[in-house]
Design a protein around this ligand. Structure first.
Ligand code: G3P
Length: 220
């Protein structure tokens, strides 16, 4: 399968509104140039606008309730209507209960929306794999935003997660936390991951296009 670079814009000022559109245009160009799948997860308020100009957009979170009287919820139905292709779920900064994970994945399957389920380690990944998300993205919380890459500093987290998930179901595993450069990305693929999930290094880069191109070229 095509390697994946998933870019979480979080709620950084550097990724809001017009800046989020520019970052997504960069993702579109690099995906076209290299053939690597590049997913962007923009801020919720920018989702519909960005999904109009790029076809590989994920939400950063989706709720477990259907359409209806659920003030403030991000529904799977709403994401589908906005032409959003997938969603992150259970991100370290937006944890949900196991019941919510099960229900959200159920709704996502109905809407044919991909789910990238975030986990903190191999044990959690194996436990949640039974809900059959499209992807599992393992991210040790202590390395998130640290600039110290999981694939370099804690490769055993990646390999043990891949092994543990394999025993339950055939689900591609990504890794994230501290991914900062093309070597970190290359290393993740060498360890057996299908891709990486990253945020700060891309969003806050003085030259995000150069960085993303280097990362994608390293695994193209
Ligand atoms: O979702 C990706 C994220 O949690 C990792 O953040 O800034 O370490 O790339 P960062």
């Amino acid at each position: 399968m095509k390697p994946i670079i998933a870019l979480n814009f979080k709620t950084y000022r550097e990724s809001l509104g017009k800046k989020g559109i520019e970052l997504s245009q960069i993702a579109a160009e690099v995906a076209l140039l290299t053939g690597v799948r590049i997913v962007v997860a923009p801020q919720t308020v920018d989702l519909r606008q960005i999904a109009d100009i790029y076809d590989d957009v994920f939400a950063q979170h989706a709720d477990h309730n259907p359409a209806g009287a659920y003030t403030g919820s991000i529904t799977l139905e709403g994401l589908k209507d906005a032409k959003v292709k997938g969603t992150l779920l259970n991100h370290s900064e937006k944890r949900v209960t196991e019941k919510q994970i099960e229900e959200t994945i159920g709704l996502a399957k109905k809407e044919k929306i991909e789910v990238m389920l975030c986990t903190k380690d191999a044990e959690e990944s194996a436990r949640l794999a039974k809900y059959r998300p499209t992807y599992i993205a393992v991210e040790p919380p202590e390395l998130i935003g640290s600039g110290i890459s999981v694939s370099t500093a804690k490769p055993e987290v990646v390999t043990s997660t891949i092994e543990a998930v394999e025993k339950v179901a055939k689900i591609p595993v990504l890794c994230g936390a501290g991914i900062s450069n093309s070597l970190d990305v290359k290393r993740a693929i060498e360890l057996g991951a299908c891709g990486v999930l990253l945020a700060s290094a891309f969003v806050k880069s003085p030259d995000p296009k150069k960085l993303l191109l280097e990362m994608a070229e390293a695994i193209a």
